[in-house]
Design a protein around this ligand. Sequence first.
Ligand code: EPU
Length: 329
Amino acid sequence: MISLQPYNSFQVKSHCDSLTQITSVQQLEELCRLTNDDVHILGGGSNSLFVNNPGAVWLIDIKHVEVVKEREEYQLVRFGAGEEWHDVVKYAVANNLGGIENLALIPGKTGAGPIQNIGAYGVELKDVLQSVSVVERSTGNRLEYHASACAFGYRNSKFKQEWKGKYIIDSIVLKLTKADYHTVNTSYGAIRKQIGKQDAVTIQDVFDAVVSIRSSKLPDPKVIGNGGSFFKNPIVNLDVYHQLISAFPEAPSYQVDEEHKKIPAGWLIDQAGWKGKTIGNVGCYEKQALVIINTGDATGQEVLEFSAMVQESVADTFGILLEREINVV
Ligand code: EPU
């Protein structure tokens, strides 16, 4: 039995039967051809809550960075799935390439990014993703999908739906815009506030602002076990929205389309009285209620039970069902 505690950002005690570190795409192709047994694919473990023993685990640790195309306005850069996502963001910023500076400090590895289409501060991975290279689990064949084939949506993609378990991501290609041609995205209020009144806002300025906002509001998973947002922000129809607003006129919301609004789950959980509340070894983070934290020695089961209580309480108070963003294993 091998401990998975160092490999999951919730830091829950959990074990697997075997752990295979995969460092090259050739090794990944060979392993896929060799065995068709059930395996659990692990990247940075920042979106997985281990409740049961997953059996055999493959740790994707494929690392490389390569400029695959250079044009006047942009570069296409391929990053191995095992690169730390924040290192990828730092690489882009250091090379004066724009597009992912708003996605600074998102925990996890690069290969996990497309699965849930990571997003923050007005930018989603899909906005800069050119293509995704995958190895088919059942055959070991390598394929490259253009981003437009992956059905990206809010924290969603084909990798979470019909392609679930079918492919293992080995690298991604990002289209990063050179600074002179890049328009920074400061649409998010918190970023504008952080940067202040400044004429020329650089890629570095936005990166610094995001790092500063995230560090002040979100717990560092190396210090306090957590998996970022535990739930997705629910998207509700206008009937539900109007009911909510008539009872809670101050409720924040974002327009999704003409018939739908997105309600911040953090606000719902906060209003239901959970912010900063701890039961046993699990709690809702005091500065952002959407983040469930392991305050000590929690098991995955305890975290899951706590999250179910939060879910039930929000459903009772608002009639809105929160859907998990975290993947329960
Ligand atoms: N709010 C509260 N109480 C709280 C938390 C939030 O009232 O305890 C309110 C805030 O005042 C604000 C609203 O809820 O009006 C939204 O909060 P925030 O700006 O913190 O963003 P979020 O919607 O809670 C999302 C992403 C985060 C991402 C931020 C910034 C999801 C599920 N989460 O959070 O992503 O960093 O926006 O773009 O979409 C993650 O996925 O792990 C993650 C951290």
